[in-house]
Write a protein that binds this ligand. Structure first.
Ligand code: HEM
Ligand code: HEM
Length: 721
C-alpha cells in the first residue's frame, strides 16, 4: 500500500454495489505490521500499542474475526442495547446541562464529549475519569487506524494506551456485574471468554472498541452542525414527537465522519467488476456512495455509512440510539440554539471529517453584555429599535471623531469626511436628502438597464472559474464579481484598479464603530488612498452610473467631494454582497447533492431567495445608540448604551426568511438590497446550471478573522463529480 492511495480521487469506488463488493472481497490494510516495522526500525517500545492493535477487530481476519464478531453481536444488537437506553437519555440531559452552564458554550466540548464520557465507558465497562485528559487519550488511540503515522504520533498512541489501560477494572470487580444496572461489554466478554479466540485479551479489545466508539461522538457533532446550519424547521422537527423514525438515518447518511475506506488485495482478485493485482489498493468513497444510494433508491435515508461486509461497523445500533436520544433532548432544551459558523472548526483527513469546535449560543435572549453594550436577540425589541429613530440613533461617529481629534491632537479630517458621508452614521435632513437621491437614481429602472452587464460579468466569472486549477468560490467567483458588477453601477472609475482593489477590503472597516486610534488612522489612510485613485466617470455609451447622476443633480448639503466619498462608502458596503453570496454558496454546497442541484432552477431560487439571504447575511450586527432611559422587553436600557442587534440570532426566528433583518429595516435599511437581491438571484442559478456537479471539498472552507462580518476567505470546490 502506498502513501498516495488518496492521490487519485477519480479512481475512487463510488458505485454502492461495487463499494460493497470491494469491502467484502478485499482486505483491510495491515497497520499492525507497519507499527511493528516502525518499532523495530526506531528501537521504540511500542508494546502497549502493539497489544492493543492485535486485539482490534480491524486487525483480525478469518475465523478469529468471525468468532469474535459472533460473540459481541448480541451485545450490540438493538435488543442487547435496550437496557442502556435510559442511561443514554440521562447522560444526554446531563450533557445538555453542561452546555447550558458553560461560560463559552461549544457543542463539541460541552455536549458531545461529555455525552461520550458519560455513556461509552459505562457501556463498555471502563472506569474512565470524565475529564478532558482521558477524552484526549481516547481521541489519540482512535488514530490507530490511520495509515503511516509518524514516530511521534505512534509514541503518543502508545502512551495513551498505557494511560487508558488502568481504567479497565480487574476481573471479579463490581463492574463485572455485581453492581446494579445493565451488564457492560467487558463483563459480558469475561463471561463468554471460552467462545473467544484463546489469545484475545478482553481489556485491550474493549479499549479498541472505546476508540472506535468515538466515531459516534464525531458523527453526532457533525450531524448537529448539519442540522443547525440547515433550515430552522429541521431543528424544530428534531424536538417534535416521532422525529426518531427515519430522521436519524437521514443524518447518519449525510453527516458521517467516515469519508473513505481503504482496502488492499492480498492476492489477485476481482471486485466490483474491476481486477486487482496483489498489493493493489482500492479507496471506497462513502460520501459519494451514500449520495448515489439516495439517488438510486429514492430513499433519502438510505446509506452505507457503517460500511459493508465482514468488517461492517458493530456500533451501528449504538450510534443510532445515541442520535435518537441525544438530538431530541438538545432540540427540546434549546429550541433556538444557533451556531457561530465562522468559528466552527473541523478536522479533515482523506479518511475522516469531524468538527473539533462548534461554538454556539444556546438561547436567543436579549441581554446586557457590559456596562455599555446590550445584545438584542428578540424580534419585537429589534423591530422597535430599527423603527424608533428618535430613541435609537446611529452611532454618532462624526461627533466621536471630532472629539477624538481634539483630544489626541491628530488630524482626522478624512475620517470625518467619510463619517459625514457614510449613511450608516448619518441622520436628519442630510440623510433624508441622500436617501431621496438614491431612491431616485438607484432604483429598479436603473438596475434593469445594468442587468445585461451584470449577467455578462456573471458569465465571465464562471468562465474564469471553469479554467481555475483549484476552483474556489470565494477567490474565483463571489470576490471577482463585486468589482466587475458593482463598480460600474456606482460609477467608480479607477486609474490603477489593482492597487484600488488591494486597498478596497480596508474600506469595510468603516462599518466598525469605535475603532482604536491606530486602526482609525489606518482606515483613514486607506480611504484617502482609494479616493485619490478615483476619477469621475466620463460619459460612455452604457447606462448612467450612480455617481454621474448624483454629481449632475446633487442632494442638498453635498459637495462633489462628499458625493465621491458617499460612493466610495457604498463600494465598501458592497463587500457584504460578496460575503453574503459566498455564505449562500457554502450553505447550498453543504446541502445533500440532490437538494443542492435545485439551485440551478430560477423558480426555486425566487422561492428561496429571502430564506437564503436570511441565512447567509455577511453582517453580524446592526448598531444603534440609545438616547433615553427605557425598558425594552426584559432589559433596562440607559441613555448612552449601545444596542447591538444580532442578525443571525434574530433571523433564526424567521421561517422561510420572512421578516429577516439581513438588510436592516426602517430609515437605515440597506440601499444596496435591490442590487444585491438581483445579483444573488441571477448568480446562484447561473453557477449551479454551469456546474451541475458542483460539490464541496470536505469542510475546507476558511474565514477572514472579521469581528463584524461572516466573511469566507476560501471555499474550495469540485466543479464536477
Ligand atoms: C456514527 C458513528 C459511526 C460510524 C460512522 C462508524 C463507521 C464505521 C465504518 C465505516 C466501519 C467499517 C470500517 C471498514 O470497513 O474499513 C466501522 C467499523 C468499526 N466500528 Fe464503527 N462507526 C460508528 C460508530 C461506532 C461505535 C459507536 C462503535 C463502538 C461501539 C464502533 C466500533 C467499530 C469497530 C470496532 C469497527 C471494526 C469492525 C471490524 O473490523 O470488524 N463504531 N465503523
Ligand atoms: C447581501 C448584501 C448586503 C447585506 C446583507 C447588507 C446589509 C445591510 C444592513 C444590515 C444595513 C443596515 C444597517 C443599519 O441599519 O445600521 C445596510 C445598510 C446599508 N447598505 Fe447594505 N448590505 C448588502 C449590500 C449592500 C450593497 C451592495 C451596498 C451598496 C451598493 C450597500 C450599501 C448600504 C448602505 C449605504 C447602507 C446604509 C443605509 C443607511 O444607513 O441609510 N449594501 N446594509
Amino acid at each position: 500500500m502506498s502513501r498516495h492511495v488518496w492521490s487519485d480521487p477519480a479512481g475512487f469506488v463510488r458505485d454502492p454495489q461495487s463499494a460493497a463488493e470491494v469491502l467484502r472481497v478485499l482486505d483491510l490494510p495491515r497497520l499492525d505490521t507497519y507499527h511493528e516495522a516502525v518499532a523495530r526500525a526506531s528501537g521504540l517500545d511500542l508494546s502497549a500499542l502493539h497489544r492493543l492493535s492485535r486485539n482490534t477487530l480491524v486487525a483480525m481476519t478469518g475465523d478469529d474475526h468471525l468468532r469474535t464478531r459472533r460473540v459481541i453481536a448480541p451485545f450490540f444488537s438493538r435488543a442487547g442495547l435496550a437496557p442502556w437506553r435510559d442511561a443514554v437519555e440521562q447522560a444526554s440531559h446531563a450533557a445538555a446541562e453542561t452546555l447550558a452552564t458553560a461560560p463559552k458554550p461549544d457543542l463539541v466540548r460541552d455536549f458531545s464529549a461529555p455525552l461520550f464520557l458519560r455513556t461509552m465507558p459505562a457501556i463498555l465497562g471502563l472506569d474512565l475519569p470524565q475529564d478532558a485528559a482521558h477524552f484526549d487519550a481516547v481521541e489519540t488511540v482512535q488514530r490507530l487506524t490511520e495509515p503511516y503515522l509518524s514516530v511521534p504520533a505512534l509514541r503518543a498512541l502508545d502512551s495513551a494506551v498505557r494511560q487508558l489501560l488502568p481504567t479497565c477494572p480487574p476481573p471479579g470487580s463490581d463492574a463485572d456485574g455485581n453492581e446494579e444496572g445493565p451488564q457492560s461489554l467487558l463483563a459480558y466478554l469475561r463471561m463468554r471468554q471460552a467462545d473467544l479466540p484463546a489469545w484475545l485479551e478482553p481489556e485491550y479489545f474493549v479499549l479498541g472498541i472505546l476508540a472506535g466508539s468515538n466515531s459516534a461522538t464525531q458523527s453526532l457533532s457533525f450531524a448537529l452542525h448539519g442540522l443547525l446550519t440547515g433550515p430552522a424547521e429541521d431543528w424544530a422537527a428534531a424536538a417534535a414527537p416521532g422525529w426518531a423514525g427515519t430522521a436519524p438515518q437521514r443524518l447518519l447518511g449525510l453527516y458521517q465522519s467516515t469519508r473513505t475506506l481503504v482496502r488492499v488485495a492480498s492476492e489477485p482478485a476481482t471486485a466490483g467488476g474491476c481486477p486487482y493485482a496483489a498489493g493493489q489498493t482500492a479507496v471506497v468513497d462513502i460520501v459519494d456512495a451514500n449520495s448515489c444510494l439516495r439517488a438510486r433508491s429514492g430513499n433519502p435515508a438510505a446509506h452505507m455509512t457503517f460500511g459493508s461486509g465482514p468488517h461492517k461497523c458493530p456500533g451501528a445500533f449504538l450510534s443510532e440510539q445515541v442520535f435518537e436520544t441525544a438530538i431530541p433532548v438538545l432540540a427540546r432544551r434549546f429550541p433556538d440554539l444557533t451556531l457561530e459558523p465562522e468559528r466552527c472548526r473541523f478536522v479533515l483527513t482523506p479518511m475522516m471529517q469531524a468538527p473539533t469546535a462548534l461554538p454556539c449560543t444556546p438561547r436567543q435572549v436579549s441581554q446586557r453584555r457590559s456596562a455599555r453594550l446590550c445584545d438584542i436577540r428578540d424580534m419585537p425589541s429589534a423591530k422597535r429599535i430599527l423603527r424608533d429613530d428618535a430613541v435609537f440613533a446611529p452611532p454618532p461617529m462624526e461627533r466621536h471623531l471630532a472629539l477624538l481629534a481634539d483630544k489626541s491632537g491628530r488630524d482626522f479630517g478624512t475620517a470625518i469626511r467619510i463619517a459625514r458621508n457614510a449613511m450608516f452614521f448619518m441622520e436628519g435632513p442630510r440623510h433624508t436628502a441622500l436617501r431621496a437621491a438614491l431612491a431616485r437614481d438607484f432604483d429598479a429602472a436603473m438596475l434593469a438597464r445594468w442587468m445585461p452587464r451584470i449577467d455578462a460579468a456573471i458569465a465571465r466569472a464562471l468562465d474564469a472559474l471553469a479554467q481555475a486549477a483549484k476552483p474556489d468560490l470565494v477567490t474565483g467567483f463571489s470576490d471577482p464579481l463585486r468589482p466587475e458588477a458593482v463598480r460600474a453601477v456606482l460609477g467608480i472609475h479607477i486609474e490603477d484598479p489593482e492597487r484600488f482593489e488591494a486597498l478596497a477590503p480596508g474600506l469595510q472597516e468603516v462599518l466598525e464603530p469605535w475603532l482604536s486610534l491606530r486602526d482609525l488612522t489606518r482606515v483613514q489612510g486607506c480611504f484617502a488612498d482609494a479616493l485619490s485613485l478615483m476619477r469621475d466617470p466620463v460619459p460612455g455609451d452604457g447606462p448612467r452610473p450612480l455617481l454621474t447622476s448624483l454629481l449632475a443633480d446633487p442632494p442638498e448639503g453635498f459637495t462633489p467631494d462628499d458625493l465621491r466619498a458617499v460612493v466610495l462608502v457604498l463600494y465598501g458596503a458592497s463587500f457584504n454582497l460578496s460575503h453574503t453570496l459566498a455564505n449562500i454558496a457554502l450553505w447550498l454546497l453543504s446541502r445533500p447533492a440532490e437538494e443542492r442541484r435545485q439551485a440551478s432552477d430560477p423558480a426555486w431560487m425566487d422561492a428561496h431567495l429571502e430564506a437564503l439571504i436570511a441565512r447567509g447575511s455577511g453582517p453580524k450586527y446592526i448598531y444603534r445608540q440609545v438616547r433615553a432611559d427605557l425598558r425594552l422587553g426584559d432589559l433596562d436600557l440607559k441613555a448612552g448604551d449601545t444596542a447591538r442587534l444580532v442578525v443571525h440570532g434574530l433571523n433564526r426566528a424567521c421561517p422561510a426568511g420572512a421578516g429577516h433583518v439581513s438588510f436592516g429595516k426602517g430609515l437605515h435599511r440597506c440601499v444596496g438590497a435591490r442590487l444585491s437581491r438581483e445579483i444573488i438571484r441571477k448568480a446562484i442559478p447561473a453557477l449551479f446550471t454551469r456546474f451541475p456537479g458542483l460539490a464541496p471539498v470536505g469542510q475546507a472552507q476558511r474565514y477572514h478573522p472579521m469581528s463584524q462580518t461572516v466573511a469566507l476567505s476560501a471555499l474550495p470546490c469540485a466543479l464536477t463529480s
